[in-house]
Structures are given as C-alpha cells and as structure tokens.
Design a protein around this ligand. Sequence first.
Ligand code: ADP
Ligand code: MG
Length: 342
Amino acid sequence: MSDVRTEIRELGEFGLIDHLNEKVILKNASSLKGIGDDAAVIEAGDHVKVVTTDLLLEGVHFDLSYAPLTHVGFKAVAVNVSDIAAMNAIPKQITVSIALSNRFSVEAVDDLYAGINAACEHYGVDLVGGDTTASRGGLVISITAIGEAQKDQITYRSGAKVNDILCVTGDLGSALIGLQILEREKQVYLANPDMKPELSKYDVVTGRQLKPDARMDIIHELREMGVVPTCMMDVSDGLASEIFHICKASGVGATIYEDKLPIDKQTFDTAVELNLDPITCVLNGGEDYELLFTIDQKDFAKLEKHPDIHFIGHMTKAEEGKFLVTKSGTAVQLKAQGWKHF
Ligand code: ADP
Ligand code: MG
C-alpha cells in the first residue's frame, strides 16, 4: 500500500477502466477481445460468443418513485441486449443477479421479473441463471448477456476508416429529456402530494427513459441488406462521448453536421420548454440506446433510403480532429462531456 491517494474522479470512469486494463494480460487464445468494447468476444468453434454485463443500482440508475418495477426489469435486459447488438451479434442467453432489501415483497419481485420475462420474449433470449442475495440499500440488478455471431460479422469500435460514413439510428436526446421531466414531476409531487402529475404530453420522452428498446431490428435489417458496418457501438453515454471512443479506438477523426442530427419533435419542444439547448441534449444526453456505426462508402446506396438510419457525418484523419459543423457552417470542436458517474 502506498500513501498516495488518487481520487477516482481524477481518472473518470473511462480513465479508471483503462487503468485497470493495464494490469490485465489475456492468457487464452479463445479470448479474442477483452476489456474495451461493448462486449467481450470469445471463440467458440465455428462461431464466436459475445459477453457483456451491466449493473443497475436503485437511486443511481433508477428511481422507483416513478419507474415501475416491470419497466426496470425490461430496461435492465434491454441495455445488455443493446451492447450485444453493438457487436452486430444476436443475443441468446442472460443471467440475472439481484440483491433485495426487506422493503421488497414477492409480488414486487414478480413485477420485476414480469419485465425481465417480457424482454426475454421480445429479444428471443433465454434466462439461464443468476444469483439472489440480500441488500442493505435497496434493489441491485446485474445482468449478463451472451450473444452469437460469425467471426467476420463482429463489429469492433476499432474498425472505422478515413472517409467511412458515420450513421446513427433513431433519434437522440429523448431519454435525457424524459429523465428531466420525471425528476421535475417528482419534485412537484413531493412539494404537493395532492397534485397529479400531467405526463401524457410527454409520453415519448418518458417512455424512452423508462423502457428503452435495443435496436435489434436494425441488426436483422443490416444482415438482410448484406451490410457489415466497419465499426459499431451503442449510444449509452451521449453521442459526442461515443464518437470520441470510436475515434480513439480506430485512430481516426470525425466531422458531423448539426443539420443531420436526428431529434424527435416532442424531445425538441420539451427541451425548449426546459430551457435546454436541444443540440446539447442530442450530443451529450445519456441512455439513448441507439446504434452508432460507420459504413464503407460502397454500402451507402443500400442504406440510403432507410427511414431510421441517419448519415450524420464522416470519418477523417486523426490529425484533423473531431468537429461539429453548425447550421451556419462554422466548425466547432466536439467535446466529450458524456455522462459523468464520478
Ligand atoms: P458500455 O457503456 O458499452 O456498457 P462500458 O463503458 O461500461 O461499456 O465499459 C467499457 C469496457 O470496459 C467494456 O469492455 C467493459 O466490459 C469494461 N469494464 C467496465 N468496467 C470494468 C471493470 N470494473 N473491470 C473490468 N472491465 C470493465
Ligand atoms: Mg455499449
């Protein structure tokens, strides 16, 4: 033990993971990819398995005063499936570990599992195990997901090349705006419990926060169209932060265009109502669970007409940096603000 004390926030979440990874040496030839992508990749005969895990804590990742347990269960599965999708793989199995305090009844656990089972049905995965233990501080859920793919279908964060087109699915920023609305209504309710929150106007954004859907639909469509992205990851920490990950892993730069960034109308209007800049929400909002990927220019024609894939920019040489071209044509440096845990 040394006397030196370094605060975790000095490294940040990603700095800490890099720091831990420095001491890890892979021993087995079957460990094709360890720490550093959306999922690990493991050789399994004629195909590969991908493995990812996520930990969700009550009070940090979900708030049961507005998140129904069924939605929490569904979301806990969906966020793992999203990381399997990000590797261009098909999810097959999950394990579910829970820690419960005595606040929770059997009926409450049934509600949680109703959501977990619904997600297993939705994504075609089998619940094959887990662990159950006591907790002193509310509910903890940890899910591990296992998926499959052919080796040459796997999409790493490191595969983007100069001139590849940068694509994103769906729209961005909605889950962050949904969270702001749910938190605002919670405060209103706490101040005056007789007030019934009026949330129907915000159904899209609150839905995106409470019950996100992993984009397995896109993975299946890419296969049907015969397109293997050159790199891919899911957007869990904010678009700008994820672009930084891709650029770092692939050794490239990126230019994106403000007028190409997808934002839903309700998300835009609600951001304005909350005095938030909609573009900042798109760039830095967390928990979108959309897919961010790059394609070779030769594949553009195959995806061009897809209604839910947006072409937001292209990859450049690393020394050209990372830029957002605003609607007025000014290039501003991208900042990876991301979703800070520490
Ligand atoms: P994602 O947002 O896609 O879930 P993370 O940012 O959580 O990915 O993790 C990035 C990488 O770091 C992944 O490969 C993950 O498995 C790995 N990782 C995260 N935390 C740890 C840890 N405590 N020990 C080892 N590997 C970790
Ligand atoms: Mg991910």
